[in-house]
Ligand binder design. Sequence first.
Ligand code: ATP
Length: 333
Amino acid sequence: MIHVENLNKTFKKCIKQPGVIGACKSLFNPQIEFFEAVKDLSFEIPKGEIMGFIGANGAGKSTTIKILTGILSPTSGICQINGRDPQKYRVKYVKEIGVVFGQRTQLWWDLALQETYSVLKEIYEIPNFEFRKRMDFLNEVLELNDFIKDPVRTLSLGQRMRADIAASLLHNPKVLFLDEPTIGLDVAVKDNIRRAITHINQEEQTTILLTTHDLNDIEQLCNRIFMIDKGQKIFDGSVSQLKQKFGKIHEVTFDLVSKNDIKKLDYCHKFEEIEFEQKGTIVKIKFDASKIAIQDLLKYTLSHVSVTDITVKNADIEEIVRRFFRKEIINVQ
Ligand SMILES: Nc1ncnc2c1ncn2[C@@H]1O[C@H](COP(=O)(O)OP(=O)(O)OP(=O)(O)O)[C@@H](O)[C@H]1O
């Protein structure tokens, strides 16, 4: 459904010099720099897949999405959605995609929600019968009925997000781009929205490209993670592959009988590459299980101090991705 091959996007940046003289110089003799926001990116997303597209701030996610949605043209490379170039076939193409930007709304602020949908119905040329059927489906999945008669400006953030998702799905697009769909929402509303996205994906086989900084979105929604850094691919695989490959980070927490007992433990000399922190009697240790055997750590600790409780946890996806972005995990592919 989505085919991206050797995609590149280079921006031209005009470097402004400070002060009035600098501004005049820049005007007559502009200093140009080139910046590669997307570098040789290739991926395929088959029909019905939900792919999490993640990366640190400035990694090139929005630039890629803007190319995929036809807003920007690539410097080079191929980008096809359902066999079409989004740039060349923009008018036809908009009917095949839905886009939600969590930070912005596509709804009309002063119109009642249902009037907004009526306007979109005309824009997308949806026949009456299909529109009614579609509205019934979206009402049910996204629970719009409680606020469908209210003006958009009075909606809460969670209601507005559900309304925006419905607007992007009104014309039953084959591909949905979701950019931070759960940003700023409380846990219950996030859950609600994730359930709706899963339902829509399963019912309609909608292909979804999801950008998020919330890793619970990834764990609960995505079959696949595509991670980029400085415009380039650094990982492409399933959540479980990511965990299998890098999930060797364990976290052990000891509750000491006395907080002063920490002085009896010299983890840094005894073990390589170990991270630990102490808060009162609680000592939290993070280590790479491929370098340190957990039984050695337990044996060492228990032979030096008395503890009242021990918990052992595998690294969650958040910890793995955090390490990626802190550049602690390199040479991924
Ligand atoms: N129009 C532009 N002109 C020049 N540089 C740009 C332009 N748009 C984006 N960039 C640069 O390209 C890089 C990638 O930006 P992009 O917005 O794609 O990142 P992102 O991964 O979406 O980040 P975030 O998570 O913060 O939204 C950034 O360094 C940004 O400054």
